[in-house]
Design a protein around this ligand. Structure first.
Ligand SMILES: [Zn+2]
Length: 71
């Protein structure tokens, strides 16, 4: 069962819920556990950001191609 991350627009509380895709599409369980509001925003993981920035590399610093910063 996939987990979805949300941020509440009412109280700005981030939370994560596990939902089946049918429940998610039906809008079940997306209410904020803190204030109960359904006015929430879906948060996306950084995976799509990493894949998107990779195609644009080339004008960065001279390195090993992005492996710098880990050492
Ligand atoms: Zn809330």
């Amino acid at each position: 069962m996939p987990s979805y991350e949300f941020t509440c627009r009412e109280c700005a509380a981030p939370y994560e819920v596990r939902l089946s895709m049918s429940a998610y599409s039906a809008g079940e369980g997306i209410q904020c556990p803190t204030c109960g509001s359904a006015n929430v925003e879906r948060r996306f993981t950084a995976v799509s950001v990493l894949t998107g920035s990779r195609s644009g590399s080339g004008s960065g610093r001279s390195g090993c191609g992005g492996s710098s910063g880990f050492t």
